[in-house]
Ligand binder design. Structure first.
Ligand code: AMP
Ligand code: ZN
Length: 486
């Protein structure tokens, strides 16, 4: 049983005890979205997995600085010299920064609906151009990058004489270097394995900046090296992202950091697995990239109904972050039922009858829950233990098991910690009822207003008094009538 947190470090391909470089502080960097369109729920799964990790670290008492970037400089599309953000801007006839703003706001709203905590710092690539140019220059000065026709490339062959390019992804550098297929058609490179640190901008390219090498824009991997170092230091605890980012993105980040700052930047690399559809990675290009909005509205040919944000979050947490999760209506419907059962049971804890002794052990449940979370954030096992508690709660209610009042209180606290703080779930039913109460109150206040307008003061006073007796205090002010729940 794990009594201390252990995490799977993808770099060493093993589970390791989590020992921050400078406890109780923890630095965590997660690659954020490229803001050129709405995120799909595959992206949301990755950010939800890191929200769980962030929440659990906070719950354990660590002081976490969580940095998640916004990629607002588009990467080049494979087959053109146009980047995704500029393409969207051209198609919609708006500024690239309008595209960026629109989808950054949308991303925040989406993650808010999934009850994800905002990161401590959310830096943008365009806000760190100076630092990126500086890092490129440093790597050139160290003889590990070269300029070629207005672009700058990382020299993988030179770097590999000192370091192991491929250490994270397990790729073989000789194979990479002998790969003659040149995907971008970049004849400027000395070697097909070399990657761009800075790209020369073609005249039609909109997002471009001045640099010592002429007008251009930074390579894809550069921003994360620069921003993680700026806000977390040259060495920090956790770097995360989806598994699809291991190569080339994270491999290149390590190479840039080692070349530029001469330090191995990250102690624990955490990679989340993919949300799949029929076993294939969910992707917009395959028509399976369902957006959160479509899911919440039930508005997609693959959906048989709408699902609430918490149902979707619960569905995601029922799989371990390192396992693939296959999207299906059946699984979401099961999650909807399961979540309801969990919340209903939680809401009845306070009403349980107290006994002189307990026949079930809350302490043991607590140990099992923390052991699951300490075992590389194993949320599906933790949820399975929560359902054990649901079973007991129902048995105690029926008088078939017993709990003392102290144990009832301990169970209440334990479940609240796990359900709300760690798993980050919300009780949508109670949210829903508060909305209903508000709607009802607005209606009653309107009736009272009408009574007053008709000079029926007996009725308007009667409404006020009855509401007061029910625990609602009414105040008439300049802006209209407001109420508070006493
Ligand atoms: P992007 O905006 O494409 O860079 O993606 C943002 C994050 O979502 C990255 O960490 C990706 O690894 C992750 N991601 C993309 N597709 C999926 C998927 N189908 N399932 C889980 N994570 C994904
Ligand atoms: Zn990144």
């Amino acid at each position: 049983m794990q009594t201390a947190l252990h995490v799977y470090n993808s770099k060493n391909r093993q589970v390791e005890k989590f020992e921050p470089l400078n406890a109780p502080f923890v630095g965590m960097y997660v690659c954020g979205p490229t803001v050129y369109s709405e995120v799909h729920i595959g992206n949301v799964r990755t950010f939800t997995s890191f929200d769980l990790i962030y929440r659990y670290l906070l719950h354990l008492g660590y002081k976490v600085r969580y940095v998640r970037n916004i990629t607002d400089v588009g990467h080049l599309l494979d087959d053109t010299s146009e980047d995704k953000i500029s393409k969207k801007a051209r198609l919609e006839n708006i500024e690239p920064m309008e595209v960026v703003q629109r989808y950054t706001v949308d991303f925040h709203q989406t993650m808010g609906r999934f009850n994800a905590l905002p990161p401590s710092i959310e830096p943008t690539a365009t806000g760190h151009l100076i630092e990126q140019i500086e890092l490129v220059q440093t790597i050139i000065d160290r003889g590990l990058a070269y300029e070629s026709n207005g672009s700058v490339y990382f020299d993988v062959a030179a770097y590999s004489k000192q370091e192991n390019y491929g250490e994270l992804s397990g790729r073989n550098v000789d194979e990479l270097m002998s790969n003659t297929r040149d995907l971008d058609g970049q004849s400027d490179k000395r070697n097909p394995a070399d990657f761009a640190l800075w790209k020369k901008a073609e005249p039609q390219h909109i997002m471009k900046w001045n640099s010592p090498w002429g007008l251009g824009f930074p390579g894809w991997h550069l921003e994360c090296s620069v921003m993680s170092t700026k806000y977390l230091g040259e060495q920090f605890d956790i770097h995360g992202g989806g598994m699809d980012l291991k190569f080339p993105h994270h491999e290149c980040e390590i190479a840039q950091n080692k070349a530029g700052y001469q330090k191995d930047p990250v102690k624990y690399w955490l990679h989340t697995n993919m949300l799949t559809f029929n076993g294939r990675k969910m992707a917009k290009s395959e028509g399976t990239g369902i957006t959160p909005r479509e899911l919440m509205d039930g508005d997609h040919p693959l959906l048989t109904q709408a699902y609430s944000p918490m149902t979707i979050r619960f569905f995601m947490l029922q799989a371990h972050y390192r396992s693939t999760l296959d999207f299906s209506n059946e699984a979401l419907q099961a999650a909807e039922k399961g979540l309801k059962r969990l919340m209903t049971a939680y809401n009845t804890i306070e009403e349980l009858p107290a006994s002189a002794n307990s026949t079930v052990s809350v302490e043991e449940l607590k140990e099992k829950l923390y052991a699951a979370m300490n075992d590389d954030f194993n949320s599906p096992i933790a949820i399975a233990h929560l359902f054990e508690a649901v079973k007991w709660i129902n048995l105690v209610k029926d008088g078939k098991e017993r709990l003392t009042s102290d144990d009832i209180a301990a169970l209440n606290t334990l479940m609240a910690h796990m359900i709300f703080d760690v798993l980050g779930l919300k009780d949508e039913a109670s949210d829903d009822s508060s909305e209903k109460i508000d709607g009802l109150m607005q209606f009653v206040l309107r009736l009272r207003q009408e009574a007053k307008a008709n000079k029926d003061y007996a009725m308007s006073d009667e409404i006020r008094n009855q509401l007061k007796a029910l625990g609602f205090e009414i105040k008439d002010g300049k802006e209209g009538t407001t109420y508070t729940i006493l």
